[in-house]
Design a protein around this ligand. Sequence first.
Ligand SMILES: Nc1nc2c(ncn2[C@@H]2O[C@H](COP(=O)(O)OP(=O)(O)OP(=O)(O)O)[C@@H](O)[C@H]2O)c(=O)[nH]1
Ligand SMILES: [Mg+2]
Length: 447
Amino acid sequence: MSELYQNESDVLNERAILVSVILPGSDTPGGQADNDDPLGELRSLVQTAGAKIAGEMIVRRSRIHPGLYIGTGKAGEIAEAVEDAEANLVVFDADLSPAQIRDLEKIIQCRVLDRSEVILDIFAAHARSREAKLQVELAQLEYTYPRLRHMWTHLERIAGGATSAAASVGGIGTRGPGEKQLEIDRRLVQKRVSELKRRIAEIDKRKQRTIKSRRGNFLICLVGYTNAGKSTLMNLLTDAGVGVADKLFATLETRTRRWNLGDGQIALLSDTVGFIGKLPHHLVASFRATLEEVIGADLLLHVADASAPGVEQQIQAVKVVLDELECGQKEQLLLLNKTDRIIDPTVRTVLVDKHPGAIFTSASTGENAQAVIEAVLQKVQGRQIRVTIEANCANGLLMQYIAQHARTTDREYHDSNVTLEATISEQHLAKLNAFGKDVKIMTDIEK
Ligand SMILES: Nc1nc2c(ncn2[C@@H]2O[C@H](COP(=O)(O)OP(=O)(O)OP(=O)(O)O)[C@@H](O)[C@H]2O)c(=O)[nH]1
Ligand SMILES: [Mg+2]
């Protein structure tokens, strides 16, 4: 295979064979999202990471082989497929242990990557902000490093000097800061991990402060499977000018914009990193700071690609991640997006039955944008309550909050205080309480 590495462009021309292992009773092998096309998602991931698909294999097994993940015979078949297709990479739609990868590479005689390594590689290529870069570096050191380390020494043996060329120009699983650490001693890596954790925690704290300073605003977060159309919807709803791409994980950072809902209501809308099935637990943890907005949100807009054959599995995968973030019980609206792509009308009927409260949208044609605004407005305004508010006029922030969020029907001044008869939503009322002794609320005239 060394002739494949003759020059840089050859090295970049990665040709991958995809392997999915299906076990009995597992409907969603390896975290893929579509039973009719078990390798559909891995294919998109690998293409997004920049490799060409040279072949695909589906392996059915009664159980996982503890040493190799698949049996020796199957590993031999993959080795043959690699040779026939002139591939230089094999990607498994599962998470493999470093030892499994090492042993598979011995038989297959080329690089073997697992699903998480491909995802991390995409994250590394897409990370722009300092925060995202630190998070990717941490995740790579914790996950990829033990694998890369053995891979390097091993590949040096099987491919001669070829891998150093591969390292210098990059390939899937070698991009990002992880590769720089390869020569560094494990102890230094541990030191770097602690340093990264400390810096991420600092950013996290700053973020928490920003979120707190937005107290009084209604925070809405777009969440959903990667490529569902979150950023496109954000642009449609707020003219945000956020980057959109037909790639997985186009967005790696949260962006927040003011959203004028009309009727005097302003909310904040955040776009977030997309979710994916079977994201390794610590990867979710690394990106927790990025998802801080989700944790602090008052309402989640769950965007799903209604035209994707695996939409139900994608919706479930998002729910699993939300539960992991302890946000599963938050107020939510499901937006079934990309309706312009649905050709078969029964698809809609089935979705309506399954998700009665959902809104069908198309971020491309603008279908139902108004319906989304109205549904959100209802949530923002919540149940309106009539109250009597006694407030200290000297507290400017408090007066401003009342002016923005309460509808006053009557007011009476006495000394430095004002007594207002007003209508206010439950959420805003709860936040009004946070102004402490400067405000007294009487809800005895609740409707
Ligand atoms: N046909 C159609 N395409 C859409 C629609 N919404 C988004 N897209 C396309 O789908 C692709 C992904 O859209 P994004 O808005 O980047 O998706 P995202 O959910 O932000 O994805 P990540 O940031 O990668 O998680 C882009 O090519 C969009 O143009 C829609 O309603 N209809
Ligand atoms: Mg996006």
